[in-house]
Each structure stands twice: as C-alpha cells, then as structure tokens.
Design a protein around this ligand. Structure first.
Ligand code: C2E
Ligand code: MG
Ligand code: MG
Length: 581
C-alpha cells in the first residue's frame, strides 16, 4: 500500500505505486532533512525494517533516521550533502536496526529532485537488503586473514600488519621468532592427520598464553608459528621468550621425539623490506632444525647463515643436474687399501666429489647430506656405482684381476626398494664378478629397521657382494649385534687410529676391536692411518688392511692406475701424488 501525503493519486500514479509495492526493496521519496521525513514509502518497508510504511510517512511513529544504526547517521548526512552539491547520485552501504532489534546491512541508491531554482525539493531512492552479501564478505574477510585450524591471524595478515608498522613506527624495536614444527609431518605419517592437527592446535593454545599487546602470535605457514615482538629491551628478552617457547614445545612434544626449532630475527631499524625480513627469519628457522635429532633449540639469524643457505641452494642445483644425467660436475677419486699380509693394494675405495667453476671442489661431507635430504642420492648413488664399476673394469682390462672396489652407500639408498636389483643389474652390465664389489654402510643404518636392513644385506650376500661397516666404533653397533649381522668386515674409525699416537698404550682398545672382529670372522680395515707408528701398532695386532694418507691420499683415476703399476710395497710408507684437481 502506498500512502501519499495530502494528494490524491491519478491512475498512472496508482499503477506505478502498485509496481513499487511489489518490489522486494524499499522505495522512498523523502525530505532533505535530518529526519529524512518520508513523503512516500513502498510496502517493502515492513519486510526490510519491520515498520509499516504508514508509521514512517510524515514521521508518524518514528523517523527513518531512528532506524539507521547510530554510527552511520552522520556519515549518511555528509554523503548526501556531498552528492547533492555535485548533482550526483548516492550509493551508500550502512546498517539499520529493525523493529525487532536485528541489525541489517542495506545499500541505498538515490538522487535529489531539484526545483527550477536549483533547490533540493526531495530525495528519491531505493534501499536494498544486502545482509547476506555482507555476511559472506565478512566471512571471506575472516578467512582471508585467519588460519582456519588454529583461528590465529595468518601470514597474509601478518605481512600487511608488518608492512604497516614498519612504516608507521620505524624507531620501535621489533623482532620475529619463527617456530618451526616441520617435523610434525612425521606424526602425520605415523599417526594420521587428525592427530598432528590436534597437536598443532594444542601448541597454538599454549603459545597464546605468551601473548601481550607487544607480543602477538600468527600461524604463518603449515606447521609454523610466528611470534612478533615489539618494544623489547634487548637480546636477553628474546632469549627468555624463546626458552619459554622451548619449554612449551618440549612439554607437548618431547615424549614423541620431535625435532623442532626457533629462528630469531631482530629487525634492523629503518628496514622496510618485508619479503627480506620473512626470508631471513625462515633461513634462521630452517637452521634451527637442520641436522638435529629430537632436540629443540633457538638460533639468531646471521649473515653466514644466509651465505650457507645460498651455497646449499647452489649445490642442490648441481645435484639436480647430476641426477638428471649431466656428467660435468661429479667425479670420483680412489683411495687405495693396502693388504698387510699380501703386501699389496687389494682394493680402492671410491670417494665422490663435486666440482664446478663457481663452487670449486665440494667435499662429500657437504653434498652427500644434501643429496640425502633431497633424496637425490638415489639417482646420484646409481651414477657413483656406475662410475666405480667402470673404473674397476678398466683395472681388470689392465690385467689387475685381483683388485676390488669399495663403494659407500647411504641408508636412503639401501632403503630404496630397487636398490638390490639395480646394483646387481649395474654389476652384471659391467661384466664384473660380484665378489669384487664391496658395499660400505655406516653403523647408523642399523639404528632403525635392523631386521629389514639385515634382510637386504642377506640378499646382497647371496649374490656374492661383500659388505663392510664403515666408521666402526663411533655409532650404534656393538659386537653383540655384529654377531647377528651378515657382514664381511669392518673399518675402524679414524678416531681409534688417532688414539694410537696420543693415548697411553694401556688405555688403547684398538687391539681389542681387531681381535673381537677376528673372533666373529670379520676382516678389519684401519682408516685414516697417517703415521708410521700407527702402522706398526696395527701390523703388530694383525689388522688385515690399512687405508690412509700414509699409503696414499685419494687419487684421480689415472694416478690410481699408475699406482697399481708400481705395486711395490716393500716399504709401508708410500708418498704418492696427491689430488690433481
Ligand atoms: P669415509 O667413507 O669414511 O671415507 C674416508 C674419508 O676419510 C675420506 O674423506 C678420505 O678422504 C678421508 N681419509 C682417508 N685417509 C685419511 C687420512 O689418513 N687422514 C685423514 N685426515 N683423512 C683421511 P672424504 O673423501 O672427504 O669422504 C668423507 C665421507 O663422505 C666418507 O667417509 C663417506 O662417508 C662419504 N662419502 C664419500 N663418497 C661417498 C659416496 O660416493 N657415497 C656416499 N654415500 N658417501 C660418500
Ligand atoms: Mg667409506
Ligand atoms: Mg670411514
């Protein structure tokens, strides 16, 4: 129903009002005053505001301004004044409070009706209910700013906030702690997604207890939290906070043997590059967890860390290239192993190196762990085996039939399902007797899955391949276990050989290791022999083989071949040519 103040409606106007009454949105004509005194209101007013049209017209029961949520009243007045002065139309979103007290979002569009003098005679427009759209917008806005699992603000929000505050308060001390729980991935694998999610939620709740106005918590990446600190005094405050975080993490995670860490970055005064800040703190947090087992520690970002990460990225790049078939960067050196009884070189250990114009020669101690971390050790390991076998083939073709090759193999290679078949295939392809091939594995391999590994070793042994335990004595194995293992020999770690010249003879156990190993039927190699005295001790205690700089450093292929040609070891000490590269 349309009520028109003081005027009768003609037929055309009646049709128009019937049309307007059927519109789902409220149509109006009102005075340009602070009450928005209504001259005309369509029936949809009731649906929208809960007030009938007649209540509003002429401000009979209330004026429209009373329905507008108070905080928008002044703004709406100013907006109308602005658009009218420009003779433009209005489009404005605001909230109203309905007769039942419910808040609704509305969109008002309207324009002024001017008389011939240019004065505003009335305002006409339409008011639409947009609550549903607004709720969706708010929901999306919340989702855009929050991490759904923990309810904490997310990285996007943190970045915007940080950028804003760096600009606004350049002189306020600021720091970031990045808490890295990456290793909780292992829980997901072991116990399922829900379990690890519950853990993360629990940690989020506990970390929230550390928050203050100047210490805020964000969920920035999967399994990572960020504490953003302002106005702290000095490094000690950051250390103290980190220790509290460590305490929380250890309480929740320690029993589950987790490996977590905290990277800390103090933001330099005047720094404005948010991307750099976030990258640096990530570098520190990566460093806080790398190469650690079941520990929780915090580290401050420093320049060296950045250089290390850049270098590692370059090495990983080379490893990728090698894994996909590029042969320019990987090469092997060969270190002879001397058989005491036979007084000859009986074997070479293949030792891999990386080389590039930019990085020079990279030690396996640096790139093997990276290739393990990236699992590239599997394809790269195959290339190493292939190259080692090619070298042995050359030796055989040179008439050295009684020589063997010893190849280092990492746990990750060994755990790979294809390892045994691929090794056997490579040996067959090179037309080599499997008994001429020795696989060196480190003791740490046996810390897990002892039975699985032993089964794998048995398969290799069945094919005639020999197995040696590398770096024996410093890791997990014991002679009790050694007895059960199907191996041929062990290499005594350099540590026990070094001891031969520094320790009191009564405190030496190297002789006991040799005799125990012999009792178990294992052959013994001493690693890292550098001095005549060590050699004499080892020969006296019946060590079977000697490897070390005293015999020769690792050699490039051509020098290794050369060495065999002069296979005369009447004197133990052979000062050979060293690395050519
Ligand atoms: P490892 O298998 O125990 O090899 C012996 C290491 O000691 C070699 O270091 C060798 O150059 C060094 N060495 C030999 N004699 C002496 C000596 O008299 N004095 C001293 N100070 N050092 C000596 P390198 O070549 O740097 O290799 C380090 C480790 O990297 C190796 O220890 C092995 O665990 C690993 N590695 C090397 N090549 C490979 C590979 O192809 N695959 C895998 N998985 N690991 C490899
Ligand atoms: Mg070795
Ligand atoms: Mg070794």
């Amino acid at each position: 129903m349309v009520i028109n103040m003081g005027k009768d409606l003609n037929e055309g106007e009646i049709n128009k009002s019937a049309l307007l009454d059927n519109l789902p949105s409220m149509v109006y004509r009102c005075n340009f005053d602070r009450d928005w005194t209504m001259q005309f209101v369509s029936d949809a007013s009731f649906e929208l505001t809960g007030y009938k049209a007649e209540s509003l017209i002429g401000n009979r029961d209330l004026c429209f301004n009373d329905i507008i949520a108070p905080e928008y009243r002044e703004y709406l007045w100013i907006r109308w004044n602005n658009v009218l002065s420009q003779r433009e139309s209005l489009m404005y979103e605001y909230e109203i409070i309905t007769a039942t007290g419910q808040r609704k979002w509305v969109l008002e569009t309207g324009q002024g009706v001017f008389n011939e003098n240019g004065d505003v005679e009335a305002l006409e427009g339409i008011i639409i209910d947009i609550t549903e759209r607004k709720v969706n917008e708010k929901r999306n806005e919340f989702l855009g700013k929050h991490d759904l699992m923990t309810g904490l603000y997310n990285r996007e929000y943190f970045e915007v906030l940080l950028e804003y505050e760096l600009d606004l308060e350049p002189n306020v001390k600021k720091a970031i702690l990045n808490i890295n729980l990456k290793k909780t991935d292992l829980f997901t694998l072991a116990y399922g997604f829900h379990y690890s999610q519950e853990l993360i939620k629990k940690i989020a709740a506990e970390l929230t207890t550390l928050c203050t106005n100047d210490c805020r918590l964000f969920s920035t990446y999967a399994n990572r939290f960020t504490l953003y600190l302002k106005n702290y005094k000095d490094k000690n405050d950051l250390i103290q906070l980190s220790e509290e975080v460590v305490k929380i993490l250890i309480t929740i995670l320690s029993a589950k043997g987790n490996n977590v860490g905290i990277g800390i970055l103090e933001i330099n005064e005047g720094e404005t590059d948010v991307k750099k800040i976030l990258r640096d703190v990530l570098i520190a947090s990566e460093n806080s967890v790398s190469n650690l087992n079941n520990q929780c520690r915090y580290v401050f970002f420093d320049k060296d860390m950045e250089l290390k990460i850049i270098r590692q990225a370059k090495i990983k790049d080379l490893l990728e290239k090698i894994a996909t078939g590029n042969d320019d960067y990987l090469y092997l050196q060969f270190q002879p192993i001397y058989n005491v009884e036979q007084n000859r070189i009986c074997c070479f250990e293949a030792l891999s190196r990386l080389k590039s114009d930019e990085l020079g020669i990279v030690s396996p101690l640096e790139f093997i762990p990276l290739s393990e971390e990236t699992k590239l050790i599997i394809p790269i390991g195959k290339r190493i085996i292939h190259k080692s076998l090619c070298f042995l083939r050359k030796l055989i073709e040179n008439g050295n039939n009684d020589i063997r090759i010893s190849i280092n193999v990492s746990a990750i290679q060994l755990f790979d399902n294809d390892f045994t078949s691929s090794l056997i295939e490579l040996i067959d392809n090179a037309d080599i007797d499997p008994s001429k091939v020795i696989i060196e594995i480190t003791e740490s391999v046996f810390s897990d899955n002892y039975h699985e590994i032993n089964e794998k070793l048995n398969k290799l042994k069945d094919r005639g391949i020999c197995i040696t335990i590398d770096d024996f004595g410093t890791g997990y194995s014991s002679f009790a276990r050694e007895r059960e293992l199907n191996i041929d020999g062990l290499k005594i770690e350099k540590y026990f050989i070094d001891g031969l010249i520094v320790l009191n003879p009564e405190r030496l156990i190297t002789n006991d290791i040799i005799s125990m190993a012999h009792k178990l039927g294992h052959c013994v190699v001493a690693e890292g022999v550098e001095h005549e005295e060590q050699m004499q001790y080892l020969v006296k205690h019946k060590c079977d083989m000697i490897q070390g700089y005293l015999i020769s450093r690792p050699l490039d292929e051509e020098y290794a071949i050369q060495l065999l040609k002069n296979n005369d070891f009447s004197k133990y000490a052979i000062k050979e040519k060293t690395d050519k590269k």
